[in-house]
Write a protein that binds this ligand. Structure first.
Ligand code: UGA
Length: 435
């Protein structure tokens, strides 16, 4: 199959590279000349484990190419994937569809022969209808179908999520489009991945429903964690206890500083807007959004409590700034709210992140960026694990103790055994009580 991918961002690049790996002939298109130049020179603009190798291999085999001009690739394509950004619109939080509409117009100008136009970007229900209208208005003669094929990739695990998906959702309105999509995903469903065909609107909404459900699940366990703290129960054991019930499932029950990233905060907001526009109020999702926003800031109180009730004049060292490990993405990261809260409370902040420093730097003021965890801890009154990078899971506590002013460890991801840490002479605070 010949595939064109419009938008060489995170989703477009991962999808394009993986489609090429399946043996399809793929061209990734982006208007950003510097990004395309970098990709052609073998440089990947994002940090995603495994992506570099797949891109390099498929470029070498001639199955993956890059371009800034949309027309040649779209003209030749059996399917064109729209994988451009849909950021939150300033002011109302609704998904901004400017780039999707622009892509639809560009595609319309180039279509030749029957083409399936696929939205992979996360778009509000009804966007497929709009894309269809845009193309139809500009090219009444064109032979095409518009399909919704939402992505369920997690940053940091995107390649394996793409190649071993729990399911593939395809929203289509006709059989011709279904046949093309079956062909594109053939290597996956031959591999037993469920390929679910639905209506276009159902597929669009499935994506938001999935992200909203996961956001609610995380928020739920975070609230239970707060209660655990008050009553002396252990939230990790509760997560395991309820997670073993198949109806609940064990994943996404890790209590922490609140969810961040480019998806959950934005998508929960967009979903509640869509509901409001349709006269419905999604109160559970709205509550999860609000509770999570608050949590990202109030979690800093744990640090203040561990420091004896005030951090004024103290130095606090943060380990991990990105919204989760294995990414350099700082969007809506809890670390940003924690830094602001600690600085407001009078603390000086030092920080270290294995990949996110360059992204973090412009987002914060007066933070000293360290070279490694030990450099970060130097002279600190407390060390706070904000993101659970593997590199923080086996720190040399003795070495930390020597370099810190006060040996206090605040573990917002519950990656240490409190008793062991205490034995090494640290005051230890986590989301789970030590009890
Ligand atoms: C999320 C979804 O998991 C993907 O399925 C989806 O495709 C993607 O959004 C998207 O819409 O593009 P992602 O945002 O990359 O993926 O990251 P997650 O691994 O889902 O983590 C999101 C946030 O939740 C992180 O801040 C993480 O620390 C937090 N989290 C996750 C918890 O606090 N506890 C958990 O148990 C799980």
């Amino acid at each position: 199959m010949r595939v064109a991918v419009v938008g060489a961002g995170y989703v477009g690049l991962v999808s394009g590279a993986c489609f090429a790996d399946f043996g399809h002939d793929v061209c990734c298109i982006d208007l950003d000349q510097s990004k395309i130049d970098a990709l052609m020179a073998g440089r990947i603009p994002i940090f995603e484990p495994g992506l570099q190798e797949i891109v390099a291999n498929n470029v070498r085999l001639g199955r993956l190419t890059f371009a800034t001009e949309i027309a040649p690739a779209v003209r030749a394509a059996d399917a064109v994937f729209i994988a451009v950004g849909t950021p939150s619109r300033r002011g109302d939080g609704f998904a901004d569809l400017t780039y999707v509409r622009d892509a639809a117009r560009d595609i319309a100008g180039a279509i030749e022969g029957y083409t399936v136009v696929v939205t992979k970007s996360t778009v509000p229900v009804g966007t497929g209808d709009e894309v269809e209208r845009i193309i139809r208005d500009l090219r009444p003669d064109a032979e095409f179908s518009v399909v919704s094929n939402p992505e369920f990739l997690r940053e940091g695990a995107a390649i394996s999520d793409f190649k071993r998906p729990d399911r593939i959702i395809v929203g289509r309105e006709d059989e011709r489009a279904e046949a093309v999509m079956r062909e594109i995903y053939r290597p996956l469903y031959l591999n037993q991945a469920p390929l679910l065909f639905t209506s276009r609107r159902t597929a669009e909404l499935t994506k938001y429903a999935a992200n909203a459900f996961l956001a609610v699940k995380i928020t739920f366990i975070n609230e239970i964690a707060d209660l655990c703290e008050q009553v002396g129960a252990n939230v990790q054991e509760i997560a395991r206890g309820i997670g073993l019930d198949n109806r609940i499932g064990s994943k996404f029950l890790h209590a922490g500083p609140g969810y961040g990233g480019s998806c959950f905060p934005k998508d929960t907001l967009a979903l509640t807007k869509t509901a409001q526009d349709n006269g419905i109020s999604l109160r559970i999702v709205e509550a999860a959004s609000q509770v999570n926003e608050q949590r990202k800031r109030t979690i800093a109180r744990k640090v203040i409590k561990a420091c004896g009730g005030s951090v004024r004049g103290m130095t606090i060292a943060l380990l991990g700034l990105t919204f989760k490990p294995n990414t350099d993405d700082m969007r809506d990261a809890p670390s940003l709210s924690i830094i602001a809260a600690l600085q407001d409370a009078g603390a000086k902040v030092r920080a270290y992140d294995p990949e996110g420093t360059d992204q973090a730097r412009p987002l914060v003021d007066d933070v000293h960026f360290a070279q490694d965890p030990y450099d970060c801890a130097e002279g600190a009154d407390a060390l706070v694990i904000v993101t659970e990078w593997d590199a923080f899971r086996a720190l040399d506590l003795e070495r930390l103790k020597q370099t810190m002013r006060t040996p206090v460890l605040v573990d917002l991801r519950n990656i240490y055994d409190g008793a062991e840490v205490a034995q090494q002479g640290f005051a230890y605070e986590s989301i789970r009580p030590v009890a």
